[in-house]
Design a protein around this ligand. Structure first.
Ligand SMILES: NC(=O)c1ccc[n+]([C@@H]2O[C@H](COP(=O)([O-])OP(=O)(O)OC[C@H]3O[C@@H](n4cnc5c(N)ncnc54)[C@H](OP(=O)(O)O)[C@@H]3O)[C@@H](O)[C@H]2O)c1
Length: 275
């Protein structure tokens, strides 16, 4: 695909994060236009204040969004999952059947999204995408995989790290990737609380907790070691770290977090069953 146009249909938190990541990146073939579509003038105004770029355009309302879709080669679907059918009904006259649809929606299956086109890539990404350090799990319809896998990996790779998974693993990815930042933020808050409890000023505790999490994540990625191996290297016999770790294990922190991921995946799967 060359000289292509992207319509971000539902340019809210996630749609804006992905559009920003694409606009900050350089790759080939690069889009010539990206149109951010919202429902209301209020969100359109907000988008104008958040995202400015020479190839980025704005659209809101049914008529304008249908025109944007009709001019697009790629549609990035960024609405809430329950909205997709109503939005399809609204813009269907702009669909050509040949467009590539990249969905950011949780819980909505590739088969459901084929009403837009048979070329579907289903993406589960997260809010750090806005800063180029997001994660994205991607599944493809047969047609999209054959025709557009490379292009989708380039476009979505701009959020940070992108990898392909089978669609049957998407609920697990929704829990770990999509909800993961909230789980990490809870852990970060707890580290900050501990630091403040022991006398650190809040700002110092916040910076320390964020840098410790960032540095630890980088250490795992660069060494590729199992976290348990790296953890054991920090545990001096009779020292502070093993004392702290045992206290946390007593509180069930490991199964608490793992079961939290399990629960989020179960809820994600239940969304698909409810429809
Ligand atoms: N937020 C996360 O952390 C996260 C993580 C992973 C996946 N997701 C997935 O990302 C998707 C979007 O979530 P979000 O948090 O970004 O939602 P959001 O901020 O509420 O964005 C939804 C957007 O859709 C627009 N919209 C609504 N009706 C429309 C219409 N008829 N035509 C065109 N645009 C329309 C809204 O515009 P108006 O404001 O004008 O109504 C808004 O800009 C969801 O499906 C969710 O499952 C989100």
């Amino acid at each position: 695909m060359k000289d292509y146009t992207i319509a971000v249909l539902g340019c809210g938190v996630m749609g804006t994060a992905v559009a920003s990541a694409i606009l900050k990146a350089k790759f080939d073939p690069y889009p010539i236009r990206i149109i951010g579509c919202t429902n209301s003038v209020g969100t359109n105004d907000l988008l104008k204040s958040q995202l400015k770029h020479e190839i980025f355009e704005y659209s809101y309302g049914s008529e304008s969004n249908t025109k944007a879709v009709s001019e697009a080669d790629i549609i990035i679907l960024g609405c809430k999952p329950y909205m997709y059918q109503a939005i399809y009904d609204e813009i269907k006259s702009g669909l050509t059947g040949k467009q590539l649809v990249i969905s950011l929606l949780a819980g909505t299956t590739i088969s459901e999204l084929t009403i837009f086109s048979s070329y579907v890539a289903k993406v589960m990404t997260n809010t750090p995408a806005r800063f180029g350090c997001g994660t994205a799990a991607i599944s493809f319809s047969k047609e999209a995989e054959a025709e557009y896998e490379d292009l989708v990996m380039k476009l979505i790779g701009t959020v940070g790290e992108a990898f392909k998974i089978p669609e049957k693993n998407m609920d697990a990815a929704t829990a770990l990737v999509g909800s993961g930042p909230a789980f990490c933020l809870l852990m970060m808050e707890a580290l900050i609380d501990g630091g403040v409890r022991m006398g650190l000023p809040f700002e110092v505790a916040k910076l320390s907790a964020a840098k410790v999490m960032e540095g630890t994540a980088r250490m795992v990625l660069e060494t590729n070691d199992h976290p348990a191996v790296l953890k054991s290297k920090v545990c001096t016999p009779g020292g502070t770290t093993i004392a702290g770790l045992l206290k946390m294990e007593d509180a069930g922190i490991r199964s608490g977090i793992a079961r939290g991921v399990e629960e989020a995946a179960i809820v994600s799967a239940s969304f698909a069953k409810k429809k």
